[in-house]
Design a protein around this ligand. Structure first.
Ligand code: SF4
Length: 302
């Protein structure tokens, strides 16, 4: 598979999708608040947690397809030892400001999120977006918060940005069911009650919601976390600077963490170099998981 052509296809498809999205968005904004409420859907039940975790020293079986697609990355022998932590959260105090979430299953956490009114974002949400995917993932991808489409469907990373993420996963040898996808905040941040435009979550909203994600990660026990974009980086670590920090390993709650760009940023910039930057970040992730990334096409030019 030629990744350059793959990304080019994604961009073409995304243009068409964005047109549809705009049309749907206009229809949605024309609805009254009561009509929007009627759109609320029952949250998807999260997968049940796996059986008691194996000892930390034991390698977790890969959930990536071993063969069958040209995009699958071939599992390799033994994972390299975890890297020495390069950096630690500067604002771990955030997590101490909010009450920790006490739960022993993902379903319990989802139930708590669905009833949550701890921050103002609950007033304008159509659905909470709890996060979805494998309950024992190699990788947990963390974004900033739900957008309009995610709010309507109650699912993380759908729409054009989700399509980019799915393509990236395919080249990595994973499906969306193999990994876990979630956000720092579980309800859509919008600039006003009319929900006309998304905005990044505030520091207060992130710190209030973060205990849910921390509780989820404690159960999921991903081998690697990938933060997507500046806001997710700030949400976990308390600092920004994705251009400076992408591609450099961090540690969050003892888990190797790779910051990279948000798929929406790739779409906005439409710069192939950024796509390759993300791929190089994911190559590091695959190597950390003991997998061999696909080689770039011979004609690759940045
Ligand atoms: S964003 Fe998080 S803290 Fe705020 S209402 Fe939603 S679930 Fe609760």
């Amino acid at each position: 598979m030629d990744m350059r052509s793959t990304f080019a296809e994604v961009l073409d498809e995304t243009q068409a999708y964005l047109t549809l999205l705009r049309e749907d968005g206009v229809k949605y904004l024309a609805l009254s608040l009561e009509q929007r409420s009627a759109l609320r859907v029952a949250p998807t039940a999260p997968a049940q947690p796996r059986a008691p975790a194996a000892p930390a020293s034991a390698p977790r079986p890969s959930t990536a397809p071993a063969t069958g697609t040209s995009a699958a990355a071939a599992p390799q022998a033994p994972s390299p030892p975890p890297a020495k932590p390069i950096s630690r959260p500067r604002k771990s105090a955030w997590s101490k400001e909010a009450e920790p979430v006490v739960a022993s299953t993902l379903a319990e956490i989802a139930a708590a999120i669905n009833q949550c009114t701890k921050c103002p974002l609950h007033k304008t949400r159509t659905n909470t977006v709890v996060g979805q995917g494998s309950s024992s993932p190699d990788i947990a991808f963390i974004g900033e918060g739900p957008g309009a489409q995610e709010d309507l469907k109650g699912q993380a990373f759908i729409g054009p940005a989700g399509e980019i993420l799915t393509r990236l996963l395919t080249r990595m040898g994973y499906t969306r069911d193999d990994i876990w996808i979630g956000n720092i905040v579980k309800c859509r941040p919008s600039v006003d009650l009319e929900m006309k435009k998304d905005r990044p979550p505030t520091s207060q909203e992130m710190s209030t919601c973060l205990p849910y994600l921390q509780a989820q990660l404690a159960i999921l026990k991903p081998r690697v976390i990938v933060t997507l974009g500046n806001v997710a980086l700030e949400g976990l670590f308390g600092f920004k600077g994705i251009t400076r920090h992408h591609g450099k390993w961090l540690r969050y709650e003892g888990i190797d963490t790779m910051p990279t760009y948000h798929p929406s940023y790739l779409l906005r910039k439409n710069d192939k170099k950024l796509f390759w930057d993300v791929w190089h970040d994911m190559e590091q992730v695959l190597k950390r998981l003991g997998k061999t990334p696909l080689p770039p096409p011979p004609s690759k030019k940045h």
